[in-house]
Write a protein that binds this ligand. Structure first.
Ligand code: KIV
Ligand code: ZN
Length: 512
């Protein structure tokens, strides 16, 4: 018998707090659907009291998701709790997560409240939340630096008030694995009504031990782990979902528990979150990094060829890596294309969306004869799929010239609401010249905060996936573009960001 370990994903709440990672309502919906497909138990969709945009996003996720619990975060104020309750109300299964800081430094310096006042406020908040929603979670913020005796007192009181999940956050990523596991064990043993709640942990990665801390606490009896896709999160990030899920699955002999996650959806989820936020995944990242399953050393290759398990403890296919399998080509029809998208769990909404995606597939197949699963994931994940209708600027064509010893030059042809415009510029390289030419037409005046290129598959005919982050007047947007030519992909990504910047699309979290 193995126990069920609840996976609580906070990519769209704590992950989104990472500077530049904030998401629109549509982006959150796409991530939420992928998390549901992956069979995440609880999706923390946002912080409804933070902004109207975040409220609307959490509500939209609550309306759309059937098979996962949808959770909204709230401070302990009445306004926050009512707002969270309203946002998650449409969900099949709803949860309110309320928190207040409990460490001496946070209570004295930030909240300017005594321990008794914090306890009273926490109990009031949980009581109100329970009157609005059956499923309530409580977190003592900065628990890792809180006094265990005080934690026992406040947690016993909130469980009595109706909290069904108690989440222990290591908010500043300060605690070490043995110490953290001991803290949780101590609380679960000393609190008389501890058995009335599910115990959870939420670890940050400031000292690189978020996953280690989360895993160590399982032996103490924790049965929920809060985590994010790709370890996204403020500062050094949160515990990464894929590492926790695969550690527990691969070492069931050690952990004696398992999740209900469909691991084959992990890589598509990682790629989607990376494409939406513009945060690339480092190649050596466990499970989802491009090199995670690549054996370079001769001895390893020889061993793997003779007997796979000599050096491989997991199979790449089990976490959603395809073997660069040739799936479709130039002559593939619409039905084959649609069928493969279904097999990969990729969703395109409506007939119009499918027509646009299929047209882009044909364009790509003309340039790149072999189309792999990764190409299809990129095609559907790319923002182009959803922003077609509100594109003000469109790339018509581009000419970029480079000759050793000469300044690179670019000429771009754009359409602005149907009117054709062109400009040329020179720059430090072809991408720089292209961005300058585009900027002279669009005059966004935005600050370029990030530019990154990733190869979608192997080989020099691979599509390049470009992410561009632009910021203006406190609004930060990420643009994406993919093409077999990285200068074209860069132009598409820049225009995608400019279109978002100039559209009414609201980023849901306040960013400055
Ligand atoms: O890190 C933290 O303490 C949090 C809480 C809101 C759970 O994110
Ligand atoms: Zn956190």
């Amino acid at each position: 018998m193995t126990d069920h370990l609840i996976i609580f994903d906070t990519t769209m709440r704590d992950g989104e707090q990472s500077p530049g990672a904030s998401m629109t309502r549509e982006e959150k919906l796409r991530i939420a659907k992928q998390l549901e497909r992956m069979r995440v138990d609880v999706i923390e969709a946002g912080f409804p009291a933070a902004s109207n945009g975040d409220f609307e996003s959490v509500k939209a996720v609550a309306e759309a998701i059937q098979d996962s619990t949808v959770c909204g975060l709230a401070r302990t104020s009445e306004k926050d709790i009512r707002r969270a309750a309203e946002a998650v109300k449409p969900a099949n299964s709803a949860r309110i997560h309320t928190f207040i800081a409990t460490s001496p430094i946070h209570m004295e310096r930030k909240l300017r409240m005594s321990g008794d006042q914090v306890l009273e406020q926490a109990v009031k908040a949980v009581t109100l939340a329970r009157s609005l929603c059956e499923d309530v979670e409580f977190s003592p913020e900065d628990a890792g630096r809180s006094e265990p005796d005080y934690l026992c007192r406040i947690l016993e009181a909130v469980i009595k008030a109706g909290a069904r999940t108690i989440n222990i956050p290591d908010t500043v990523g300060y605690t070490m694995p043995d110490q953290f596991a001991e803290l949780v064990r101590n609380l679960m043993t000393r609190i008389p009504n501890a058995d009335k709640a599910v115990w959870s942990v939420h670890c940050h990665n400031d000292l690189g031990v978020a996953v280690a801390n989360s895993l160590a606490s399982i032996a103490s009896g924790v049965r929920q782990i809060e985590c994010t896709i790709n370890g996204l999160g403020e500062r050094a990030g949160n515990a990464s979902l894929e590492e926790i899920v695969m550690a527990v699955r691969t070492r069931q002999d050690f952990f004696q528990c398992d999740t209900r996650i469909d691991a084959t959806q992990i890589v598509p989820a990682s790629k989607l979150v990376s494409a939406i936020t513009g945060f690339p995944v480092q190649p050596n990242k466990a499970i989802v990094g491009a090199n995670a399953f690549a054996h370079e050393a001769g001895i390893h290759q020889d061993g793997v060829l003779k007997h796979r398990e000599t050096y491989e403890i997991m199979k790449a296919e089990d976490v959603g890596w395809s073997k660069n399998k040739l799936v479709l080509g130039k002559h593939s029809g619409r039905n084959a294309f649609k069928q493969r998208l279904i097999e990969l769990g990729l969703e395109v909404s409506g007939e119009e969306g499918m027509n646009a995606t299929f047209a882009r597939f044909k364009e790509l197949a003309d340039k790149k004869h072999e189309i792999f699963d990764e190409d299809l994931i990129m095609l559907v994940s790319s923002d182009e799929a959803i922003s077609v209708n509100d594109e003000r600027f469109k790339l018509l064509s581009l000419k970029a010239c480079f000759e050793t010893g000469e300044a690179p030059k670019a000429t771009v042809f754009l359409s602005e609401g149907g009117e054709e415009k062109s400009a040329d510029a020179s720059g430090g390289g072809q991408v720089d010249a292209t961005f300058k030419a585009i900027e002279s037409i669009v005059t966004s005046g935005a600050d370029l905060q990030l530019y990154s290129v990733n190869a979608v598959t192997s080989g020099t005919d691979s599509q390049g996936e470009v992410s561009v982050r632009l910021a203006k007047n406190g609004k930060i947007v990420n643009g994406h573009g993919a093409d077999t030519d990285i200068v074209v992909a860069s132009a598409k990504a820049y225009l995608n960001a400019v279109n978002k910047l100039q559209s009414g699309l609201e980023k849901v979290n306040p960013q400055v």
